[in-house]
Design a protein around this ligand. Structure first.
Ligand code: JCZ
Length: 236
């Protein structure tokens, strides 16, 4: 998979590129490149923002650097057109399902906005180059798209076999089966007067598996009932 990131704060991604995906980069499983949007400016001050038409607070990202950057990255897209993702609090909410979908794509481009956002015409223009997705990390406001992009790349990257963090069994994880994870314990068997549940020391793997499944259902009912199908109405 190829992932390009466009940002005016490329150094935000240093930790991600170095540790998490460094190994996958070397094996050729993942080609992650973070590019400074200012590379596609040509004025003395490398300007990426301007005042909003119609007035209002703050600044808006100018369309020209985005157009030039997207043209260049999309032109070198191999087979399929790229999927162009703009983190936005006004987008569809990113879930494990979104991560699974995006993990099958050949080329992702993340456009990280700042200030009050990006000139709306950039989204229209990008739709001619590939599939555009406005994606929200959740219902809260960040200062820009960078942190959301890092979270999404981490969630997508770990679904690619061989990438660092790829678990042995995806199906045993929170959200992969639509339920929260069961509780985990390790040694010591008693810690500060708190004992590990007896069933886990029983050695009976069938009983352990059904206890864990019950725990998953119970936790999901209590903490995230929205993840469960609606309850049957009680008779009479
Ligand atoms: C650009 N402010 C891009 C995304 N889920 C979520 N919350 N906030 C964002 C976001 C905020 C932004 C920009 C300027 C994304």
């Amino acid at each position: 998979m190829r992932i390009d990131v466009l940002s005016i704060f490329p150094s935000y991604f240093d930790g991600l590129t170095l540790s998490l995906l460094g190994k996958a980069q070397a094996t050729g499983l993942l080609d992650l490149k973070v590019r400074d949007l200012r590379e596609w400016t040509s004025d003395r001050h490398r300007t990426v923002d301007d005042t909003p038409y119609g007035g209002g607070a703050g600044m808006v990202m100018k369309p020209e650097p985005w157009g030039l950057a997207l043209d260049e990255l999309a032109a070198t897209s191999s087979d399929e057109p790229p999927t162009i993702i703009f983190p936005s609090p006004a987008g569809e909410v990113f879930t494990q399902k979104t991560a699974r979908q995006l993990s099958t794509r050949q080329h992702l481009i993340f456009g990280c906005g700042r200030y009050e956002g990006i000139d709306e015409r950039v989204f229209e223009y990008a739709a001619a180059l590939g599939e555009v997705r406005l994606v929200s990390l959740g219902d809260y406001v960040l200062n820009g798209g960078e942190v959301a992009t890092m979270a999404m790349i981490e969630a997508i990257g770990r679904l690619i076999p061989g990438v660092v963090g790829n678990p042995e069994s995806l199906v045993e994880e929170s959200h992969e089966d639509g339920l929260l994870e069961y509780p985990s314990y390790t040694k010591p068997s008693v810690w500060r007067e708190r004992a590990v549940p007896d069933v886990l020391l029983s050695g009976n793997h069938a009983v352990i598996a059904s206890w864990r499944h019950e725990q998953q259902l119970e936790r999901t009912r209590r903490r995230r009932p929205d993840l469960l199908p609606d309850e049957e109405p009680t008779e009479r």
